[in-house]
Design a protein. Structure first.
Length: 397
């Protein structure tokens, strides 16, 4: 209680001094003050003193943010803010404010510092809230191109270090560590898949609430990450940088295939060629990855969408069965014509009995192209199918 009282008095002095210094001096003071300020925010407000402390912290934060908004690329203590994020005992508000100031100071940071920030946050990204994950995605996009061996875990150097650590750990601990790494990587792949699938609206199509291959919730996330704000050429460069990042990540190839397949349907030659090159390499050198039942299930979901999306679309037509799958034998017959493109056939054993056919996303590419050209055929019919290209449905399940 006495300590909280001292903190309240100290914050009064801090507010007075902040109001008295110029911007240059304020930035110097914030290098040490800002992390300490965020830590002071009370985890719970059950007493009048804690309420006072909360109000003082928020008042100081409001003053700092207002002045930083008026500055161009302010330099902030990003390393110290990352340390705030690592303290799980702190209030959610403390973490949210840390992300706020991380984003405000990110552009002024050097490439090395930006990389350190991403590397620190990605270790906990699967435990973050949705809005915090979206902040991480914005930082990742702004930092591209980045080197996977520096930013992400389970790269060659990290894998070597992990093997050394595993020699001293029991199997339960090893499984727990690997599950945490997988969850973090899945969050990144989940976003990158949406990013690669995104195609900006044409000049004649002004409705930006829907886009080919993405349902509204996925598009809304990309909007919050500010992807639609990019010019077309900038977007394609970001997509290509993201694909290169996926290539560098030392994760099972089966996790990369859906992202490459999405890139192969791009309307930009560089993105499409890079993705096709990676797929060709997989077919030639890692054929066993294509025999994995989980890969087949993921690719099937990528082409046909999730059961949730299918059921939503079929319900409107009164064709949704009890299992939540639409009655679409005609579509399956159409998809079957392209089954052999990546080495799959009807006899391939998949995770579920109804997922016996896997087709490349190029089918969707042709369908979208035909639809945009105004052709009413089977391809446009497939393009009009309500599809939720939801990475969560086949990467996290």
């Amino acid at each position: 209680m006495a300590e909280s009282s001292k903190d309240v008095e100290a914050l009064d002095r801090v507010l007075f001094r902040l109001a008295s210094v110029d911007d240059e001096r304020m930035l110097q003071v914030l290098q040490s003050l800002l992390p300490q300020l965020l830590v002071l925010y009370p985890r719970s407000v059950s007493t009048s003193l804690e309420q006072q402390l909360k109000e003082k912290v928020l008042r100081a934060v409001s003053h700092i943010k207002t002045r930083l908004d008026a500055l161009h690329r302010p330099a902030l203590p990003l390393d110290a803010l990352c340390q705030v994020l690592q303290q799980s005992a702190l209030s959610v508000v403390s973490h949210n404010l840390a992300f706020l100031f991380l984003e405000m100071g990110f552009d002024a940071a050097s490439t090395e510092l930006q990389t350190r920030v991403l590397a620190a946050v990605v270790q906990i990204v699967s435990r973050l809230s949705v809005s915090q994950q979206e902040t991480f995605c914005r930082l990742l996009v702004r930092a591209l191109p980045v080197t996977a061996s520096v930013v992400f875990p389970r790269t060659e150097g990290a894998a070597r270090d992990q093997r050394e650590v595993e020699m001293t750990l029991n199997s339960d601990v090893i499984d727990h560590v690997n599950e945490g790494n997988d969850a973090n990587i899945n969050v990144v792949l989940d976003f990158i898949l949406d990013l690669v699938l995104y195609e900006p609206p044409s000049s004649t199509r002004t409705n930006a609430t829907t886009t080919f291959g993405l349902m509204t919730p996925r598009l809304e996330r990309l909007q919050r990450v500010k992807i639609p704000q990019f010019d077309r050429e900038v977007l394609y460069k970001v997509q290509l940088d993201a694909l290169r990042l996926v290539k560098e990540m030392t994760i099972p190839t089966r996790c990369k295939i859906p992202v490459y397949l999405a890139g192969s349907a791009s309307f930009h030659h560089a993105v499409k060629d890079f993705s096709n090159e990676q797929l060709s390499r997989v077919v030639k050198l890692e054929e066993t990855e294509l025999e994995d039942a989980d890969v087949a299930r993921r690719l099937m979901a990528l082409v046909l969408g999730s059961q949730v999306a299918q059921c939503a679309g079929a319900s409107e037509r009164g064709k949704c069965d009890h299992a939540g799958r639409p009655d679409a034998p005609g579509r399956c017959k159409y998809f079957a014509s392209a089954v052999s493109a990546f080495g799959f056939d009807r006899s391939h054993k998949c995770a579920t009995p109804d997922a016996a056919i896997v087709v490349p996303l190029d089918v969707r590419h042709r369908a979208v192209t035909a639809s945009r050209n105004g052709k009413q055929d089977q391809a446009s019919e497939c393009a009009a199918m309500p599809v939720d290209i939801s990475p969560l449905s086949f990467i996290l399940t």
